[in-house]
Design a protein around this ligand. Structure first.
Ligand code: C2E
Ligand code: CA
Ligand code: CA
Ligand code: CA
Length: 279
């Protein structure tokens, strides 16, 4: 593993052999790390643009390393998915995120909601609903405190079996958000098949807003489409005021991005929640 200046590891290399060797080494570390619960959840707020208050918080996995750095999810999630290890890791994420939500609800943020990312693998063994119900019960939070983020590509390939599970989860009251919207090159027919309540516009469309005009019509069309389908739109990756103002003028309702906060550990999120409540 090579370290760069930003305290992250790069396991990939121009050299393919080296890359698969590194992948193998990473896998040797991943199994025990999951058994020993070496992971940490960071949290990033989603902000209601009308009043700049926190509505929901997204849980994002981090794999801390002994030197204080992290292996990023983009490096280990694909590996965890291809080896099936994501099932166990994903269950831990759901449990921890629900407990996190319960802690902050009891600290006075009584309507706080938490969002977790799901992999398609987590639908394969038919255990998801049980895992979700158990986590909600153990944390003593209502089902509508939990949001599941599913990438558009997962939903496009969706089988009847996934659709069934999603429908019974939404019957419970759990909400569903479509993640990375716009990157799936889909016909949009899949939107009919299940009850989503949110659509997260992929960061790649948001980045240029406020500076470049090219993406404006596209983003505006997505927001309008979402509205007519009764979906709330979340713009990911808002980094500055110009982008925020552009999105507000287009009628986007929720935002997420470095402009407000990077994903932070729970201790720091608590302070952000307090600020959001009192402003
Ligand atoms: P995602 O779900 O699309 O999450 C958003 C990513 O964008 C996060 O990267 C977040 O840190 C980053 N981001 C947020 N705002 C900004 C911004 O203003 N500017 C920039 N440049 N980036 C921003 P992160 O935490 O590295 O996660 C990467 C991906 O890893 C996630 O993308 C998600 O697909 C996956 N992931 C993370 N945690 C989990 C998990 O628990 N389970 C699963 N299955 N996937 C996860
Ligand atoms: Ca997400
Ligand atoms: Ca996303
Ligand atoms: Ca993504």
């Amino acid at each position: 593993a090579k370290k760069d200046g930003k305290n992250t590891y790069h396991y990939y290399d121009k050299n393919l052999d080296k890359a698969s060797e590194d992948k193998f080494k990473l896998l040797q570390l991943l199994r025990p790390a999951i058994n020993q619960k070496q992971f940490k959840l960071y949290y990033q707020p989603m902000i209601s643009l009308a009043d700049e208050k926190i509505t929901t918080v997204e849980a994002l996995l981090r794999w801390p390393q002994p030197d204080g750095g992290f292996i990023t999810p983009d490096q280990f999630i694909p590996l965890a998915e291809s080896t099936g290890l994501i099932s166990e890791l994903g269950r831990w994420v759901i449990q921890q995120a629900c407990l996190f939500c319960a802690r902050h609800r009891s600290l006075g943020h009584s309507r706080l909601r938490v969002a977790v990312n799901l992999s398609v693998m987590q639908f394969k063994d038919g255990q998801l609903q049980h895992i979700v119900e158990k986590a909600l019960h153990e944390a003593q939070i209502p089902a509508d405190a939990l949001e599941l983020e599913l990438t558009e590509s997962l939903l496009i390939d969706e089988t009847e079996q996934i659709q069934k599970q999603l429908n019974s989860l939404s019957d419970l009251g759990v909400t569903i958000a479509i993640d990375d919207f716009g990157t799936g090159y889909s016909n949009l027919g899949y939107l009919r098949n299940f009850n989503a309540s949110k659509l997260k516009i992929d960061r790649s469309f948001i980045i240029g807003l406020g500076t470049a005009v090219d993406d404006e019509p596209l983003v505006e069309a997505i927001i309008n489409m979402a509205k007519s389908l009764g979906l709330e739109t979340v713009a990911e990756g808002i980094e500055n005021k110009a982008t925020l103002h552009k999105l507000l003028s287009m009628g986007c309702s929720v935002g997420q991005g470095y402009y407000w906060s990077k994903p932070v550990p729970e201790e720091e999120l608590g302070a952000l929640l307090n600020k959001s409540n009192s402003s």
